[in-house]
Write a protein that binds this ligand. Structure first.
Ligand SMILES: [Zn+2]
Length: 270
C-alpha cells in the first residue's frame, strides 16, 4: 500500500491507515484562484464563528501553479465578514500583488511554510484560546480523545517569544514544525499546516478541542491519554478523508446561517 498521510502529507502518523487513504480525496486539478479566494474566506469565517480567529490570526493558501499566496488581511480586519474579494494575493517574497487591505505583519509564517514543504499548501496561524495555553504551560501534547490521534506524532513548541515578522524567523518556525501538522508558539499561538483548507480547518478544530479537554480533565485529576497503538488501531478503522469533508460541509452550512455575532457580545482580546 502506498504510504500516504490522510491529512497532512508524507510523514504523518496516520500514513499507515487503511487503504482508503491511498485514494485521492479530491480532483488532481488545481482550483482557480477565484475558487480558492472564496474557500479561504469561508474557512476564515468558520474559524471566526468558532472563536479561533478574531483581532489576531490569519490563514493562507498557496497555489503551486501560479506560485501565488492567497492571504487573509492583517490585525483589526473583521474576519467574520471576510469574502473572496477581501483576500490579498502575494508572492513568496511577501510582495503584495493584489488587494486593498494591509497584509498581516506575520506574513513570513505563511511564506516560509509554503516554501519549505510541498504539502504545506494551506497554513493557519491562530491565537486560538485553548491551544495557546499549551504554548504557555510547560506541557507536552498527547492525544486525550481518539480524534486527537490526528496529532499523535506530537506538536512541537516554537520557543521564540515574539512575532514572526522576518523570513529568517519564518524559516526557524518552519524548521521547528518540520514534517508535523502543527506547532505551538510560546506565549503566542499556534500554526497548523496541511495540504488543503479543509484539512487545516479540521486540524485546528481538533487541536483546540484536544487542548481544551486536556486542560479541563486536568482539573478533575490525572489526565488519561490515548496511546500510539490505540491511535493506530483507531486510524485504521476510520475514513479520515470522509471525516474531513463532512466536517467542512457541516461547519460551512452552519456558517452560512450564522448571524455573525459572538454569543455573548464579549470578544476575547486574543
Ligand atoms: Zn500571532
Amino acid at each position: 500500500m502506498e504510504r500516504r498521510s490522510f491529512i497532512f502529507g508524507a510523514g504523518g502518523a496516520l500514513a499507515a491507515a487503511a487503504g482508503v487513504l491511498a485514494q485521492p480525496a479530491e480532483k488532481a486539478t488545481s482550483p482557480s484562484l477565484g475558487d480558492l479566494r472564496d474557500k479561504l474566506a469561508t474557512c476564515t469565517r468558520i474559524f471566526a464563528m468558532q472563536g479561533l480567529i478574531g483581532l489576531f490570526g490569519h490563514v493562507s493558501v498557496f497555489d503551486p501553479q501560479s506560485r501565488r499566496v492567497l492571504m487573509t488581511p492583517g490585525m483589526g480586519v473583521d474576519k467574520a465578514t471576510l469574502r473572496g474579494p477581501d483576500i490579498l494575493v502575494m508572492d513568496l517574497s511577501g510582495k503584495v500583488l493584489e488587494g486593498q487591505t494591509r497584509p498581516p505583519v506575520e506574513w513570513p509564517i505563511h511564506t516560509a511554510l509554503h516554501a519549505a514543504r510541498a504539502d504545506a499548501l494551506a497554513v493557519a496561524h491562530l491565537h486560538s484560546p485553548q491551544a495557546t495555553l499549551f504554548g504557555i504551560a510547560k506541557r507536552e501534547f498527547t492525544p486525550v480523545t481518539v480524534q486527537g490521534c490526528l496529532l499523535m506524532d506530537g506538536v512541537p513548541l516554537y520557543t521564540e517569544a515574539g512575532l514572526v515578522t522576518t523570513p529568517e524567523r519564518g524559516q526557524r518556525l518552519a524548521a521547528t514544525v518540520g514534517k508535523k501538522p502543527a506547532a505551538f508558539m510560546r506565549g503566542h499561538g499556534i500554526v497548523v499546516v496541511a495540504k488543503d483548507l479543509e484539512r487545516v480547518l479540521y486540524g485546528a478544530l481538533v487541536l483546540e478541542d484536544e487542548t481544551a479537554k486536556a486542560a479541563q480533565a486536568a482539573t478533575l485529576g490525572e489526565v488519561g491519554t490515548i496511546s500510539a497503538a490505540e491511535c493506530r488501531a483507531f486510524s485504521s478503522e476510520s475514513e479520515w478523508d470522509q471525516r474531513v469533508r463532512r466536517a467542512w460541509n457541516y461547519y460551512a452550512a452552519l456558517e452560512s446561517r450564522w448571524n455573525r455575532q459572538p454569543g455573548t457580545g464579549r470578544v476575547p482580546f486574543a
